[in-house]
Design a protein around this ligand. Structure first.
Ligand code: G1P
Length: 293
């Protein structure tokens, strides 16, 4: 099978870093400029050919499934008022009927457990995982597009990686790199949140995965790893040597929107790229920072 049709989006997190906003707004619906983080992930996946989306939600996060409803009343009002630009925004974000399937993670037992909660929907086919907190930005060749292209030649499992500063390796899944050809590197090992002096490299997994269904069998064992959680990284590590496993260096910009500073930076960066608001934001920033605009 040389295509990936289904993506799992783990969206059950509490979003405590964004309190008080996340008292009533799911963190995945926080906007960067005007689009929710979730929409960026869905658009990236659609560009890569994904047609089915599994949202792994949790208690209190039903708004994430509601987001994909067709807002009939709003559409009627916009039609009456002749608001064609707004109608086009809604049309462009509408997914096929039945394309979104939700399942729940009943307890917060870790990312690996969240992915495993999607096993009945995924079945025995390769699947993608996208963490919407990570906004990977390359509008002409989105990250998952880059991955699917590379994966068509390698098969097996693949993660997107970026080099991070040494002092940050303990925040990520880190790759033990093998032979590299171009942007692709064989993965010899994977370790979740290693101590700075024990990290095998500075190549961090940045929230995009193409995985074989066998990872679900490993996750089914429910073994706990770093932080007492069922780690996706540990389950993937068990597949190394049994199946091809590659890391692809992602070409583009990465914004860690699970972090307040990263979220603000993403807003500024993407606002500057917008033809409608970019000039005003640039002028204000230049004045504020005392640099030529
Ligand atoms: C998760 C993964 C980690 C990965 C990171 C990317 O960690 O467990 O391997 O590098 O996402 O954002 P979390 O950020 O949920 O702690």
């Amino acid at each position: 099978m040389n295509s990936v049709e289904i993506a799992v989006l783990p969206v059950g997190g509490l979003g405590t870093r964004f309190l008080p906003a996340t008292k009533s707004v799911a963190k995945e619906l926080l906007p960067v400029v005007d689009r929710p983080l979730l929409q960026y992930a869905v658009d990236e996946a659609r560009a890569a050919g994904i047609r089915q989306f599994v949202l792994v939600t949790a208690r209190g996060k039903a708004s994430l499934a509601d987001y994909f409803d067709v807002p009939g009343e709003l559409i009627r009002v916009l039609e009456e008022r002749g608001k064609s630009a707004e109608l086009e925004i809604l049309r462009a974000t509408q997914l096929d009927p039945g394309a979104v399937i939700t399942t729940r993670q009943q307890q917060p037992l870790g990312l690996g457990h969240a992915v495993w909660c999607a096993r009945h929907v995924v079945g025995r086919r390769p699947f993608a995982v996208l963490l919407p907190d990570e906004l990977l930005w390359n509008p002409s060749r989105p990250c998952l597009v880059q991955m699917v292209e590379a994966w068509r030649t390698t098969g097996g499992n693949m993660v997107a990686v970026m080099e991070v500063p040494l002092e940050h390796v303990n925040r990520y899944g880190i790759v033990d790199p093998g032979r590299a050809v171009g942007l692709l590197t064989e993965v010899r090992g994977l370790v979740e949140k290693p101590a700075v002096d024990q990290a095998p490299s500075r190549l961090a997994v940045v929230g995009r995965y193409i995985l074989q269904p066998e990872v679900m069998d490993v996750l089914a064992q429910g073994r706990r790893g770093a932080g007492g959680e069922v780690q996706l990284t540990d389950a993937m590590a068990e597949l190394i040597g049994r199946q091809p496993f590659h890391a692809l260096r992602f070409l583009g910009e990465r914004f860690d929107c699970g972090d307040k500073a990263g979220h603000v930076i993403a807003n500024v960066a993407l606002a500057l790229e917008r033809p409608d608001i970019g000039p005003a934001v640039r002028a204000w920033l230049a004045q504020r920072l005392g640099v030529p605009g």
